[in-house]
Design a protein around this ligand. Structure first.
Ligand code: FEO
Ligand code: CA
Ligand code: CA
Ligand code: CA
Length: 674
């Protein structure tokens, strides 16, 4: 039984998969002998699930970019509990901007009592996925390395800091909201919604590694209130109709934008992850579109629907059926969330578009395989909740460089992954009329299948995973890597006696290659790149334990750069870092790996209580951008009241902490990580 405080926490992962599908743990058990793993012995069964070193282009027909193996040329940094960003010797890290720094409009200065209107022109909170779009560049790897549009997701808020002008001196927890029981102050609700979403801001390097926001007509905030188009098979569906859009073609806002994606046509994709907690539905029986996503019947995270002024944009977060409303109600509002939202950073007038072909679930992010002219567009997305799935999309249309735009995503096939014991896997199509996705299971059409993606995946027999987070595709080998961050709720009963990781606290990175090197294939071959954890409870790609320079847990962010360095970021819960099983692992961190040799080295450690997330370089790989999310979230309610913050990052002194984007460079101007 979880208590209310847990359920209001942003990281609460409602367990809603009752399908009984065979879990990934059970699949792994069939390949991995527990005794060998726990003894630290290199049994055959252990090594059997690692492919060992692979070399670029060796055995993979279809691999395009011939590329050499990347070097890791820096001295690793040790684990750290210090309240600062630590980078290797010869590197420096500088803050670009923090939550509340102005990016657009009349550039309102940051202050603890900024209004909701101010917040609509300032960077949102809790920076997460991001991408650097070189200015005037169609090719992300060819444009400027000193001038571009930085697009950043703002995943969620910490109310006590957002409203510090009100909360100062009061005892309030990390997930508390002032006046949560309602009626909610409408000005606060506006500020909360405007602190979510996405920022587009032009940034420029002054030549000395000092990046600054510069005014630009493309600078804009996309928030929880921005008007959005709905595209693909769910557009116009009866289950998308609301009082705001009776035709089911539009909605307002994107929320819980965790990781992101970048399309081959150079637009930005914002994923909607833990959005269901923002809604409430008081009906006696919830439709499966709500229940399978974890919409609650009692309260919502911030109770926005209790805003005192009754603003339509706020009350819509109550999705209860209102039989007495002649014009309709917001029973379908939650169905307009859980998608991937496309944003064109170069066109400030373009409405964001929710691409419904990519499915509706707790999208961590989306990752595109390198696009090839004359072939379909292929992308992958993980559903980050316990016992959820990994998906792949293949477009019907064929990619035409310079011509293809986002509407190619409006038609195609969404697949879900089944991982088999023997290291093979299958992509199971989620197509109306196939494999039981028809009236016998309550589906009326393809839009309905997509609105109920999780339920459809249950029915076709997908493999429940341990919280899939970011993915990335190696441009040389086309291997797809995904982080599986942890799943402490997996019990012995669910996994069986041979499970090496009942209560999987440390997570892993899995990888696969599509069969025959064909990105459209419905078959694949998988293994582990790393089983994360402390030294005695981990394995790298060669089956060796991680050492002091490479131990980590709860991998989340993952990105391979143009030189094929594999960047790994961690998200041990803010309340768990440096405690219990994580005690030896320090603050959250970023490491870099060589995907060919399996070598892993720690590159960065973050401040107290933060998560390290979001990673991208400039095209020349000489600046690397990283986000520090929720520093100081581990401050207790009592310490908050006393002004005793666990972190003062980035401003230092007695300042309260603020999420921030930082730029890292080498003092000698060299390539990051080399
Ligand atoms: Fe928002 Fe799944 O991390
Ligand atoms: Ca994440
Ligand atoms: Ca996470
Ligand atoms: Ca997190």
């Amino acid at each position: 039984m979880t208590n209310l405080a847990d359920r209001l926490h942003h990281d609460f992962e409602p367990e809603t998969n009752q399908s009984g599908n065979r879990t990934f743990g059970e699949v792994v058990n069939a390949r991995l002998d527990r005794r060998n793993f726990l003894r630290g012995g290199l049994g055959l069964a252990v090594t059997g699930i690692f492919a060992g070193p692979i070399s670029a282009c060796s055995s993979l027909p279809g691999a395009q970019a011939a590329s050499s193996s990347p070097t890791l040329g820096f001295d690793p940094v040790p684990v750290s509990a210090a309240d600062t960003v630590v980078v290797p010797e010869g590197y420096e890290a500088k803050v670009i901007y923090r939550w509340g720094d102005a990016i657009s409009g009349d550039f309102p200065a940051f202050a603890p009592d900024n209004t909701g209107e101010d917040q609509a022109h300032q960077a949102g909170m809790h920076n997460d996925g991001m991408h650097f779009f070189p200015i005037e560049g169609e090719d992300p790897w060819q444009g400027s390395s000193t001038d571009g549009l930085l697009v950043v997701n703002h995943e969620y808020i910490e109310s006590r800091y957002l409203h510090y002008g009100i909360t100062q001196g009061t005892e309030i927890s990390s997930w508390g909201t002032p006046g949560h029981e309602g009626p909610r102050d409408s000005g606060q609700v506006l500020k909360e919604l405007n602190a979510h979403g996405v920022s587009v801001a032009r940034i420029r390097d002054d030549g000395n590694g000092n990046w600054q926001i510069v005014p630009d007509p493309r600078n804009r905030r996309i928030t929880g209130l921005t008007r959005m188009e709905i595209a693909g098979p769910a557009r116009g569906h009866a289950k998308m109709a609301t009082l705001y859009s009776p035709e089911g073609t539009h909605t307002r806002g994107t929320l819980s934008n965790c990781a992101h994606g970048v399309t081959p046509w150079n637009t930005y994709m914002a994923a909607e992850e833990n959005w269901s907690g923002y809604f409430v539905n008081h009906d006696d029986t919830l439709p499966r579109e709500h229940a399978r996503m974890g919409v609650r019947t009692d309260v919502s995270r911030h109770n926005w629907h209790l805003a005192e002024n009754g603003n339509d944009g706020f009350v819509r977060f109550d999705a209860s059926t209102k039989a007495d409303s002649p014009a309709g109600d917001y029973r379908n509002e939650p169905n307009t969330f859980g998608w991937i939202t496309e944003i064109d950073p170069f066109d400030p007038d373009a409405a964001p578009v929710k691409r419904t072909t990519l499915g509706r679930f707790a999208h961590e992010g989306v990752v595109f395989a390198p696009a090839e002219a004359g072939k379909p567009v292929v992308c992958y997305s993980g559903d980050d909740s316990v016992f959820e799935y990994i998906y792949k999309f293949v477009s019907d249309g064929l990619y035409q460089p310079g011509l293809t735009r986002g509407d190619i995503l409006d038609s195609g096939t969404l697949y879900v992954a089944r991982f088999n014991d023997d290291g093979t896997g299958e992509w199971l199509p989620l197509v109306y009329g196939q494999n039981g996705l028809d009236e016998s299971n309550g589906f009326t059409d393809q839009g309905d299948v997509l609105i109920n993606t999780r339920t459809a995946a249950d029915i076709v027999g997908a493999t429940p995973m341990d919280r899939p987070e970011w993915g990335t595709v190696d441009p040389a080998t086309r291997a797809v890597y995904f982080t599986l961050t942890n799943n402490s709720r997996r019990t012995e009963d669910q996994t069986g006696s041979a499970n090496p990781r009942a209560e999987n606290r440390y997570g892993s990175i899995i990888r696969w290659n599509e069969a025959d090197g064909d990105q459209e294939s419905e078959r694949f071959n998988w293994d582990f790149f790393v089983l994360a954890g402390p030294q005695g409870d981990s394995r790298d790609a060669n089956g060796e334990a991680l050492d002091e320079n490479s131990v980590f847990a709860c991998p989340d962010g993952l990105w391979i750069d143009a030189d094929r360095r594999l960047w790994i970021q961690t998200d041990i819960s803010d309340s768990a870092t440096n405690q219990g099983p994580y005690e030896s692992l320090g603050n959250n961190q970023m490491l870099v790996a060589n995907p060919d040799t399996g070598e892993i080295r720690r590159f960065l450690t973050g401040p107290a209580g933060c998560e390290i997330t979001g990673v991208v370089t400039t095209p020349d790989r000489r600046t690397l951008f990283v986000n520090v999310q929720h520093p100081g979230a581990n401050t207790s309610a009592a310490d908050f009241a006393a002004g005793n913050f666990a972190s003062h990052f980035p401003d230092g002194g007695n300042a309260f902490p603020r999420s921030a984007t930082i730029a890292i460079r080498r003092l000698d101007g060299g390539i990051i990580g080399a």
